[in-house]
Structures are given as structure tokens and as C-alpha cells.
Design a protein around this ligand. Structure first.
Ligand code: PRP
Length: 180
């Protein structure tokens, strides 16, 4: 699996440091607010698991799964909810936890959808941000790393469901997906 990686973009040490830093900020910003962290499956799973351990106030978690129609490397903008939240979020302070914001389509859909449910606030924390690919502009409150427009895998991110368990963020060797 590691042979398929062209380059390690962000090491597990840097991810750990950044996650701790974000956790400290969130601890201060959400003190007394009992936030609900919403993890967008599947990619956000590893980041949520590490990030929540760095937050020193009570938090709750919930999960949402969405699917965007499109090919393996690009979303189409049409988003469908595959699995919805367990909880009513009316009056709650929501923090959406994502692995990556790319075109912004998934996040835009999720934000609009959650806003109809009457939360007190909705903010976003993403490990990776790829601004070069943005189609829908959307404010992102907490960002781990801005990354260039390269095909990244690992630490939750997949290519055809593989590579999510790599502990770092790497660039997939282009010849492995350019043949499609
Ligand atoms: C990825 C990622 C975001 C979305 C970002 O999910 O986790 O949810 O794409 O792309 P966008 O900004 O262009 O909408 P994906 O659909 O690959 O599902 P996964 O998390 O299950 O891998």
C-alpha cells in the first residue's frame, strides 16, 4: 500500500501537533456550550477520533453519511443523505468535522440541510482544505492544512475505498488513477 504513495504530504507527527492545536482552540471557543461534533463519514472518522481526544470540555458526537454522485475522483454536486443524525439538533452548537473540503459542494449541502433544523450555530473544522478546487465558496472556521491540488489519500481519505488506514496524508501515484 505504501508503495502506491508518490510523496508523504503531511506526516503523522504534523497531524498530531495540528490536531492538538485545534483541540486547544476548540476547548476555549466552545467552553460552556456542550457542542455536538458531527462527523461526515467515512473520511472524517480518523480526524474526529483524534480531535475529540484533544478537546478538554464535554462534547457529544453524531454521524452523517452522504454520497455525492460522480466518478471516483470528482463529485458531481448532487448530494444524497445515506445516513442521518440520531439526534435533534435544535438549539445546539454544531461543529461539522470533515477530512477535506474540495469543491465545497458536500459541505454546502450539509450546512444548508442542518440550518433548516434550527441549531444555535453551525461551524466547520476540516483537516485539509484544497482552495484551488473550490466551486462553492463557503466559510471554514477551523482548518488544519491548506493543500495543493493533488490527489491525496490516507488518514481517512480513500481512493476506491482503499488507503484510509494510512497514518499520514500522502499523494497517490498518478499512474494509479490516470488510466481511468
Ligand atoms: C469527501 C470528503 C468530503 C467531500 C469533499 O468525501 O470527505 O465529504 O469528499 O468534497 P467536495 O468539497 O468536492 O464536496 P467522499 O464523497 O469522497 O466520501 P468518503 O468520505 O466516504 O470518502
Amino acid at each position: 500500500m505504501e508503495n502506491d504513495v508518490d510523496e508523504v504530504l503531511i506526516t503523522d507527527d504534523r497531524i498530531r501537533e495540528k490536531t492538538a492545536e485545534l483541540g486547544r482552540k476548540l476547548t476555549e471557543d466552545y467552553r460552556g456550550k456542550n457542542p455536538l461534533l458531527i462527523c461526515v463519514l467515512k473520511g472524517g472518522l480518523m480526524f474526529l477520533a483524534d480531535l475529540m481526544r484533544e478537546i478538554q470540555i464535554p462534547v457529544e458526537i453524531d454521524f452523517m453519511a452522504v454520497s455525492s454522485y460522480g466518478d471516483a475522483t470528482e463529485s458531481s454536486g448532487v448530494v444524497r443523505i445515506l445516513m442521518d443524525l440520531d439526534r435533534n439538533i435544535r438549539g445546539r452548537h454544531i461543529l461539522i468535522v470533515e477530512d477535506i473540503i474540495d469543491t465545497g459542494r458536500t459541505l454546502t449541502y450539509i450546512m444548508e440541510n442542518l440550518h433548516t433544523r434550527g441549531p444555535a450555530s453551525v461551524k466547520v473544522c476540516t483537516l485539509l482544505n484544497k482552495p484551488a478546487r473550490r466551486i462553492l465558496d463557503i466559510p471554514i472556521d477551523y482548518v488544519g492544512f491548506e493543500i495543493p491540488d493533488r490527489f491525496v489519500i490516507g488518514y481517512g481519505l480513500d481512493y476506491r475505498e482503499i488507503y484510509r488506514n494510512l497514518p499520514f496524508v500522502g499523494v497517490l501515484r498518478p499512474e494509479l488513477y490516470s488510466r481511468e
